[in-house]
Write a protein that binds this ligand. Structure first.
Ligand SMILES: [Zn+2]
Length: 79
């Protein structure tokens, strides 16, 4: 039984936007979307909606397609 009162060793799990794999947050790259494009948040300080990506070539390649879909979705929401 895990000790529910202890947060020691707790790491948030995040989902890669491209492959949808659930990974420990530390194992993923952190980025957000600006109008100019994707910005990687290396300092992890900005209080904006963040997205996560595996640091693998496959996911980098898929990121461009994901961003296009994302921006289409946003454009629809604003319309
Ligand atoms: Zn991935």
């Amino acid at each position: 039984m895990p000790n529910k009162n202890s947060h020691a060793g707790h790491t948030p799990i995040r989902t890669c936007v491209v492959c949808k794999k659930k990974v420990d947050q530390k194992g993923l790259l952190n980025f957000y979307i600006m109008t100019e494009g994707i910005v990687f948040d290396l300092q992890r300080v900005l209080p904006v909606r963040k997205y996560y990506l595996c640091p693998t070539q496959d996911c980098f390649v898929g990121l461009d397609a994901w961003r296009k879909r994302y921006q289409k979705r946003i454009a629809r929401q604003k319309a």
